[in-house]
Design a protein around this ligand. Structure first.
Ligand code: C2E
Ligand code: CA
Ligand code: CA
Length: 511
């Protein structure tokens, strides 16, 4: 009889619990497993995280022999997978059999945690582990390599070709397609799969195959959701290029190559400067000035969103002090905050400290939050942060309005002071009736809610004039000025002031 065993009681191990310990702690169960001819994939958990279980006690016992330098015999699941792959390489010549490594991971773990919570997410991973094991064969090994990913070492066979592994990957993905029930919740997961055949590995070692499968997984996820990718040398080369950019971007943040540029925002009533938006630029030593589209993805992928935020905020506040000292009137500066920064529970305290350090009142800082981020209102930390920032006195701008789905309730709840009408509504607003109707609708909604408006991406004099006529209170865009380096702002401000004085002089003379 073929049986697959799952022992959920072990799912809450607090210390790394490996098969050797399992055999010592639960000899009766282990014996039972052997007795019933257990089969199915070996699942091994991550230290300290819910651990699903094993079925192949015999193989587990063999594997639990202490590794060199690991007196306790404790080996992380990753090691069990790479060791199996190493064994496959060692026996390949003799047996003519080949293996492959598969990495399966969640497409959007952050979203899953935000929606269902960490505990439900961990339990979902347990269920996913069981499902993966259920579609594998007896000698395959599954290990949970981190909170959101599993790795599989397929047992060596003679015909381990691309097609065979694509089929297995497809089976795994299909098995994860059904929702998971956790308590009363139905959790929908989307997972991607990457794999590497031992015959295509960049090096003949277990860790190299796992790493290659992981790169293929990342590629699958980028092309996902629910992607499947095989490792190829192209994927390897692209990863090297990304790594290089990642390293460079980190250095660039620290050595001052990444700076804030400033784009003015004008009041349509008076023509006065209402503020500047700080926009990140990379003054690259060989490639010139790069815009966020070129480097923001690398920053986010490297987990450096917060660091970028600190750098830009510091420069924005320091710029305000500079304009104040030069006697140039700039009421406030706006800084873009990423969703990663808004998830930091310490954000409000950090901003307060920075404002104090520059001796600036909170109302001099505008926090720009994307509409799509504000729509994530079930994330408690984000809700808490936005509320705390507006209580502190910072202005809240709702960025890219019209592209997300923030509710009117969230606009009220977070004390949004101004909405930034996305460029897609602003383009050709002077000549296109449907654009005009949209903008007019947004403006009248804002007026009823008592909040201000700013149109972004204003590119022509016609658009500017029309927006002013429709009653939009602020404008920003290339027709006024492109984002500029800090050292150009003083001249720009003085020239702008002179132009305003000249036209108001003309107005007075002709009025
Ligand atoms: P965003 O916040 O919507 O910024 C406005 C973008 O529109 C900027 O692009 C700006 O240069 C561009 N823009 C301004 N006026 C015009 C115009 O008249 N026509 C056109 N076609 N474009 C105009 P940029 O600087 O490339 O920034 C792109 C995005 O990168 C920003 O979009 C923002 O989401 C993000 N970003 C920029 N700086 C930072 C930062 O310091 N932190 C974070 N988290 N994100 C940033
Ligand atoms: Ca913005
Ligand atoms: Ca925007």
């Amino acid at each position: 009889m073929i049986r697959k065993q799952f022992i959920p009681a072990l799912g809450r191990a607090t210390a790394p619990l490996v098969e050797a310990e399992f055999l010592t702690l639960y000899p009766a169960l282990a014996l039972a497993l052997l007795w019933f001819g257990p089969r199915g994939a070996l699942i091994t958990g991550l230290a300290g995280v819910p651990m699903a279980v094993l079925a192949r006690a015999r193989a587990a016992r063999a594997d639990a022999r202490p590794a060199a330098g690991d007196a306790a015999g404790r080996r992380p699941p990753r090691h069990l997978v790479t060791a199996a792959l190493d064994r496959a390489f060692a026996s390949q010549e003799e047996t003519g059999k080949a293996s492959a490594c598969i990495v399966v991971g969640l497409d959007d773990p952050t979203q899953l945690v935000a929606t269902y919570g960490q505990e439900a997410c961990d339990r979902t991973m347990d269920r996913i582990g069981e499902r993966i094991a259920a579609v594998l064969r007896e000698h395959d090994i599954v290990g949970r390599i981190d909170r959101t990913r599993f790795a599989v070492a397929l047992a060596p066979v003679r015909r381990m070709d691309l097609e065979a592994v694509i089929q297995i990957a497809g089976r795994i993905r299909a098995a994860l397609g059904e929702p998971v029930s956790i308590d009363a919740m139905t959790v929908y997961v989307s997972a991607s799969v990457g794999f590497c055949l031992t015959s295509r590995a960049p090096e003949r070692t277990g860790p190299a195959v796992l790493e290659a499968a992981d790169l293929a997984f990342e590629e699958a996820r980028r092309n996902g959701p629910g992607g499947i990718r095989a490792y190829s040398t192209d994927i390897g080369r692209a990863a090297l290029a990304r790594d290089a950019l990642r390293d460079q971007v980190e250095a660039a943040l620290e050595n001052g190559e990444i700076v804030a540029y400033f784009q003015p925002q004008l009041s349509t009533d008076t023509g006065d400067v209402a503020g500047f938006e700080a926009l990140a630029r990379w003054q690259h030593p060989s490639r010139g000035v790069l815009t966020p589209g070129d480097f923001l993805p690398a920053i986010l992928a490297a987990g450096l969103a917060e660091r970028l935020g600190e750098v830009i905020l510091g420069q924005a506040l320091s710029a305000l002090r500079g304009w104040d000292r030069a006697g140039l009137r700039v009421p406030q500066v706006a800084v873009n905050f990423s969703s990663a920064e808004l998830r930091n529970p310490n954000l409000a305290a950090k901003l307060k400290w920075e404002l104090d350090r520059f001796d600036l009142a909170p109302e001099r800082l505008t926090v720009e939050i994307l509409e799509s981020v504000m729509a994530e209102t079930d994330n408690d930390v984000i809700v808490h942060n936005i509320t705390a920032l507006s209580r502190m006195g910072c202005n809240i701008d709702l960025d890219d309005f019209g592209t997300g789905h923030a509710s009117l309730a969230s606009i009220r709840r977070f004390s949004v002071g101004r909405i930034k009408i996305d460029r897609s509504y602003v383009t050709r607003v002077d000549s296109d009736m449907s654009q005009q109707r949209m903008v007019a609708a947004i403006l009248s909604m804002a007026e009823r809610l008592g909040i201000e408006t700013l149109a972004e991406g204003v590119e022509t004099i016609g658009e500017h004039a029309h927006l002013a006529q429709l009653g939009c209170s602020h404008v920003q865009g290339f027709v006024i000025a492109r984002p500029m380096a800090l050292n150009q702002t003083d001249d720009w401000l003085r020239t702008h002031r002179a132009k305003l004085d000249a036209t108001s002089g003309v107005a007075r003379r002709t009025g």
